[in-house]
Design a protein around this ligand. Structure first.
Ligand code: 13P
Length: 252
């Protein structure tokens, strides 16, 4: 069965010291009881080696926000999937809309990244989602189907190791959330494309997270949808109380 997951994406926030404090605080907040979902924090690269040993691995998984599309070598400033894995991190966000928009990441690059992540034992959290003009033109299904081609090159076995995250760009950091009905509609569509590409069993077992202005106040309604298996959280992952509030949406 697919898992319910709440994953944080810290983006380019927090110094190393602040990040360590945030991870410690979350670890303490989850110490008393086991969350009713998998919890993942995706941090800047430089935090990974410090954060992984200080969180309880039974409750909190740690991931990177990106990795290189090359294995190793003369790529100044890049961080490979093997380097991420060597910190103890288990996950990596790939294809985030900010990477697509500001760093020119396309399907070909993302396929390479996903393959390298998997080859190094990392679980990709693969992001897809349309911009506002595409939503207004009712092109969201077309857009996500095209973005999914980067992972639909994988074998069923490898695809089954991936987590998907639907993040409408117009909802990221804007305070504008997709309605529960909008989220359910497109998540169900995404799942139907997995049935078409692989089969019903693979589709049934794939976790599809929602991201975009998810908060403690709207998480429960969003996660109650049958095809929404949790969230990928930006701003609200930067405060323990907010992130815990979203995790608790699976408790009630
Ligand atoms: P916000 O939760 O800040 O809207 O960000 C969502 C996101 O981009 C997570 O990857």
């Amino acid at each position: 069965m697919r898992k319910n997951i709440v994953a944080g994406n810290w983006k380019m926030n927090k110094t190393l010291q602040e990040g360590v404090e945030l991870a410690k605080g979350l670890n303490e907040a989850l110490a008393a009881s086991k969350p009713n979902c998998d919890v993942i924090i995706c941090t800047p690269y430089i935090h990974l080696a410090s954060v992984t040993p200080l969180v309880d691995a039974a409750k909190i998984g740690v991931g990177a926000e990106n990795c290189a599309d090359k294995e190793s070598g003369a790529y100044t400033g890049e961080i490979s999937a093997a380097m991420v894995a060597s910190t103890g991190a288990k996950y990596v966000i790939l294809g985030h809309s900010e990477r697509r928009a500001y760093y020119g990441e396309n399907n070909a690059i993302l396929t390479e990244k996903v393959k390298l992540a998997l080859a190094n034992g990392l679980t990709p959290i693969f992001c897809i989602g349309e911009v506002l003009e595409q939503r207004e033109a009712n092109k969201q299904n077309e857009v996500v189907l095209d973005q999914l081609q980067a992972v639909y090159e994988l074998s069923a076995e490898d695809f089954s190791k991936c987590i998907l995250a639907y993040e409408p760009v117009w909802a990221i950091g804007t305070g504008k959330t997709a309605s529960a009905a909008q989220a359910q509609e497109i998540h169900a569509y995404i799942r139907s494309t997995i049935v078409d590409k692989y089969d019903a069993k693979v589709a049934e077992n794939t976790s599809i997270l929602y991201g975009g202005s998810c908060k403690p106040t709207n998480a429960k309604e969003l996660f109650a949808n049958p095809d929404v298996d949790g969230g990928l959280i930006g701003g609200a992952a930067l405060k323990v109380a907010d992130f815990k509030g979203i995790i608790d949406a699976f408790n009630a």
